[in-house]
Design a protein around this ligand. Sequence first.
Ligand SMILES: N[C@@H](CCC(=O)N[C@@H](CS)C(=O)NCC(=O)O)C(=O)O
Length: 208
Amino acid sequence: MTELILYHCPQTRAGTTLWMNEELSAPCEVKLINVLAGEQKTPEFLAVNPMGKVPALVDEGHVVTEAAAICAHLADRFPDAGLAPLPGDPARGTYLRWMFFAPSCIEPMMLDKLGNTPRTNSSSVGYGGEDAVLGALKGLLTDRDYVLGDQFSAVDVVLGSTLNFATMFGAIEKVEPFASYLDRLMSRPAVQKANEKNEAFLAQLARE
Ligand SMILES: N[C@@H](CCC(=O)N[C@@H](CS)C(=O)NCC(=O)O)C(=O)O
């Protein structure tokens, strides 16, 4: 049997991958890493992810880190779920574009904004600037339900999760078209299941 272990901690970026796991009907065994207790810096976990960060996935001995990479890998690993255009499909370009846009443009923009470290050199800053990021996202999400149009895919898990964090922390205002997109995603059964599991995980960590 396929052995997939997902190292997870509730209330962290690992939530993105827990959601992805639920979209696939949970093929991964979830192992909790209590970040508040410092378990991500133990020698055992550093042997998995030398960054000492969650999430991490071990797929039959192969380590995948970075939430977006884990989601993309899981979508490819379980192609029958139809959560990723196959290599060779031109739609795969759109899918990969926004899969990378989330961690390489939205995240640093959000962290710079929340950390009050504005960048002035837009031509050398990878995300350009806040207006550029918001403009690109508005252009993407206006008049479509999901990144690929009518079809939900793993890129919506990554982009939706990142956008959800950004609105929760106040880095991006929850206005249209982001509000409808997020409401559509957050009402998915897989999100509800992941939320319930996170509640149970939090209770478990509090008892330990
Ligand atoms: N680039 C990583 C970031 C992962 C990350 O920063 N995880 C945080 C939780 S949100 C963490 O594990 N922090 C614990 C620490 O650094 O000690 C990803 O996208 O997965």
